[in-house]
Design a protein around this ligand. Structure first.
Ligand SMILES: Cc1cc2nc3c(=O)[nH]c(=O)nc-3n(C[C@H](O)[C@H](O)[C@H](O)COP(=O)(O)O)c2cc1C
Length: 227
């Protein structure tokens, strides 16, 4: 698949079919994704790739934690100043419209939160980990390994459509890192950055019609030195 076509096809999927993803397919995707660039080729990423009963155990444990606020190793933004809050809200409105969830319908909203914690029933998840010692240095975080993880994550997400697979990057997937540490035996020395849910999309679910918006290029770029 042409890279431009892969970019066009990639979008976040929030309803998956239960069909398992073959290990060989995942291996091909991951091996190619590792060609991502990184600061001085440090390649700070590691992966935990999970399916089957182990993933079911994680889903159940996350649902059991749903009443607690998520506390991921890489914290949520504290605030969403404008224009980011407006963009975030626009996404939420679209999601709720497609899922026919009314603002005041607390039960359905909770159900939808649980769907997120269950990784939208994806049959597989790829957790991206980095070494704590590389990320937390001195007063502030060293953000560059996290940036590098974003590059490898995008590679994974762009390669998926070639195999008929879809993905969603999910902070929800790493909201209770203590659960993941316990079930997967991940040591404290590793930070769990992000989960990428991966599987075959359920196109019958209206949520997968969602096409997120983008700001027009002209409103966010300034060009210098061109004729
Ligand atoms: C780091 C990161 C974390 C995300 N976490 C979530 C999440 O927890 N739940 C969710 O529904 N979508 C999550 N998303 C998906 C974004 O909402 C999505 O990428 C954005 O709305 C743009 O839509 P698109 O991916 O379909 O182009 C996340 C995306 C990124 C990059």
């Amino acid at each position: 698949m042409e890279i431009s076509e892969a970019i066009r096809q990639r979008k976040s999927i929030r309803a998956f079919k239960p069909d398992p993803v073959p290990r060989g397919t995942l291996k091909e995707i991951m091996e190619l994704a590792l060609r991502a660039p990184s600061w001085a080729n440090t390649q700070p990423w590691e992966f935990a790739i999970v399916t089957g009963k182990t993933l079911e155990e994680i889903r159940e444990a996350f649902v059991g934690k749903a009443e607690e606020h998520g506390n991921p190793d890489i914290p949520h933004p504290r605030e969403f100043p404008e224009p980011y809050n407006t963009r975030r809200r626009a996404l939420g409105v679209k999601v709720f419209e497609l899922k026919r969830i009314a603002r005041e319908d607390k039960e359905r909203r909770k159900w939808w939160l649980l769907q997120g914690l269950r990784l939208f029933e994806a049959p597989c998840v790829i957790y991206i980990l980095i070494d704590r010692s590389f990320c937390l240095q001195g007063d502030g975080p060293n953000v560059w390994p996290i940036f590098d993880c974003g590059l490898v994550a995008e590679n994974i997400m762009l390669l998926a459509p070639t195999y008929g697979l879809s993905t969603i990057a999910q902070i929800q997937a790493v909201g209770y890192p203590e659960v993941l540490r316990k079930i997967l035996g991940i040591p404290d020395s590793k930070l769990i950055v992000l989960g990428i849910a991966i599987g075959y999309p359920d196109w019958d679910d209206p949520i997968n019609q969602l096409q997120s918006e983008r700001e027009p290029l002209d409103s966010i770029s300034t060009w210098y030195g061109f004729d």
